[in-house]
Design a protein. Structure first.
Length: 286
């Protein structure tokens, strides 16, 4: 089992894929995490209005050996929060902005920490090598993740790595179909369930193109179809309830890739400097 598994992080990332009964268990854990640490399987089943068997299946679906494993991991998370002296909740209130800022900060720091902890060095090295050797890197996203893709493509071009991204889905798809095995595609998707992205991956595979995916869910269709995958964490559901989207962790992964490429790619600093000189005039104040 993965020692870096997080109960709250896993639930937030996978919540939308749960069945109704599983969502009841998830809601109970998210809302009463300190109480759940002291519960038995039967007590959690009763508190969530489900059954013992459903609780056990839910734990395994989240990647834990069973309820005891999930409960011990949750207890560690709760203790770590207390050990850091955090007095936080999941509330964002205009009437208490100071505390709300601490609540947001604590959740975002945890989001980034969990994302980094799930990155496997060997896998990251292969991804970096693929990007370095690519003739062109296409960075693809749909919907809310498009700004992350555009930013990463901009950064790659700064480093001297030819990259392209776009906001129009049909244009992205058309570009993919013109790529070859010398190229690489980076797909950024929170859910990893987009049909359009799956169609694009199919086209990429037909052309022998390596696909790198960054998603919240390692078992999502996009993640499973990709050649390489990085899992991002999200805790947005703790703050906003029904809405579970966050760019923070995906942006963190892009920053990690950019920084590693910047220090390892030959002449990367020269490329950055040349780009800065080219746009310097636009920044001057007359």
């Amino acid at each position: 089992m993965d020692d870096n598994l997080s109960v709250l992080g896993t639930i937030c990332s996978s919540y939308d894929s749960y069945f109704d009964a599983e969502k009841k268990i998830a809601d109970c854990i998210l809302g009463r995490k300190e109480d759940v640490v002291d519960m038995t399987v039967a007590e959690l089943a009763k508190a969530s209005g489900t059954s013992d068997a459903t609780v056990s299946r839910f734990c395994r679906r989240c990647g834990f050996k069973g309820f005891h494993h999930l409960k011990m991991t949750l207890a560690r998370e709760v203790m770590e929060e207390k050990g850091k002296g955090m007095t936080v909740s999941n509330d964002i209130l205009r009437g208490d902005i100071a505390q709300s800022l601490q609540n947001i900060l604590a959740n975002k720091v945890t989001e980034l920490t969990q994302t980094v902890s799930m990155i496997e060095p060997g896998n990251l090295e292969q991804i970096l090598h693929r990007i370095e050797q690519a003739r062109t890197v296409q960075v693809v996203a749909v919907g809310n993740t498009v700004p992350v893709a555009l930013d990463f493509s901009f950064k790659l071009n700064q480093l001297g790595i030819a990259s392209v991204s776009g906001t129009i889905w049909e244009t992205q798809m058309a570009y993919t179909l013109n790529l070859t095995a010398e190229d690489v595609i980076v797909i950024i998707s929170n859910s990893g369930t987009s049909r359009r992205l799956l169609t694009l991956i199919q086209g990429a595979k037909e052309n022998g193109i390596a696909v790198i995916a960054i998603t919240n869910q390692p078992e999502s269709p996009v993640a499973l179809e990709a050649d390489y995958h990085i899992t991002t964490a999200t805790r947005e559901k703790l703050l906003l309830g029904e809405f579970c989207f966050s760019r923070v962790s995906a942006t963190m992964v892009m920053e990690i890739l950019y920084l590693f490429l910047a220090v390892s790619k030959a002449n990367s600093y020269d490329s950055i400097r040349r780009h800065e000189v080219a746009i310097a005039e636009d920044k001057e104040i007359s």
